[in-house]
Ligand binder design. Structure first.
Ligand SMILES: [Fe+2]
Length: 195
C-alpha cells in the first residue's frame, strides 16, 4: 500500500485528528535545581528558545508564600517544556527523575531521521549520553537532561504514516488480545528501515 496514492488512509487520519478536541500538548513541567544548566541544555543544545520566565512569590498549589521561577522553552508547534526552580530553602530538593525510560520520558518530535541525527551529534558534542533506537514505526535518540529526565527525539520513518495507520486499525483488538494473555509480538517493523 502506497500512502501517497491511498487518499482514504490520509483522509481517515486527517478526520480522526481534526475531530480530537485535544489539539496538542500545552506544556510538560518538572522541577529543576539548576535553571542555568537546564537552559544550556534546552536552548543551547536542543535549540528551544526561552520564551517565558514567570517569577512568582506565591505557591498557588499549597497556597503559601514562596519564591520560584517558571521557565518555558518553546517547541515548534507552540507547546513548551516548562521547569520550576524554587529559591533555596523554600522546598526540599526535587524528587529524582526516573532513570528508566519505561518509568518516564518525554519525546520531542522532528521531521526527519536526518534531524534526529543532527540532534544526536549536538548532544554528543555537548558531552551528554545519547543512544539511537530503531522502534520500527519511529526512529529516535535518547538522552538525559541536566535534571536526569530522559528525553527522546523522534521522527516517524519514511513509510511511517502507513505503519501508524495500519496500527490504528488494529489497536483495540491488539490491546484486547494482550490483556487476555496473548503475548505474540506485533511490531514487525523494527529493523526494517534503512538507517
Ligand atoms: Fe518514547
Amino acid at each position: 500500500m502506497q500512502v501517497d496514492s491511498d487518499t482514504s488512509v490520509i483522509a481517515r487520519r486527517k478526520e480522526r485528528l481534526r475531530s480530537n478536541r485535544i489539539s496538542g500538548w500545552h506544556h510538560h513541567a518538572v522541577r529543576t535545581k539548576d535553571m542555568t544548566a537546564t537552559r544550556a541544555f534546552y536552548e543551547g543544545v536542543l535549540q528551544l528558545p526561552l520564551v517565558g520566565t514567570w517569577t512568582e512569590a506565591y505557591d498557588v498549589i499549597k497556597q503559601t508564600p514562596s519564591n520560584y521561577v517558571h521557565c518555558f522553552f518553546e517547541v515548534g508547534d507552540g507547546s513548551a517544556l516548562g521547569f520550576f526552580q524554587f529559591e533555596e530553602g523554600m522546598r526540599d530538593a526535587p524528587m529524582p527523575m526516573p532513570r528508566d525510560p519505561y518509568e518516564h520520558h518525554v519525546s520531542l518530535g522532528v521531521d526527519t531521521m536526518e534531524t534526529v541525527d543532527y540532534f544526536r551529534k549536538r548532544i554528543e558534542e555537548a558531552g551528554a549520553p545519547v543512544e539511537i533506537v530503531d522502534h520500527g514505526y519511529c526512529y529516535s535518540c535518547y538522552t538525559q537532561d541536566p535534571n536526569g529526565m530522559i528525553v527522546e527525539i523522534s521522527t516517524i520513518v519514511p513509510n511511517g504514516i502507513e505503519i501508524l495507520e495500519q496500527s490504528a486499525q488494529t489497536a483495540e483488538a491488539d490491546l484486547e488480545n494482550w490483556l487476555a494473555g496473548v503475548r505474540e509480538p506485533n511490531n514487525k517493523w523494527r529493523g526494517k528501515t534503512k538507517i
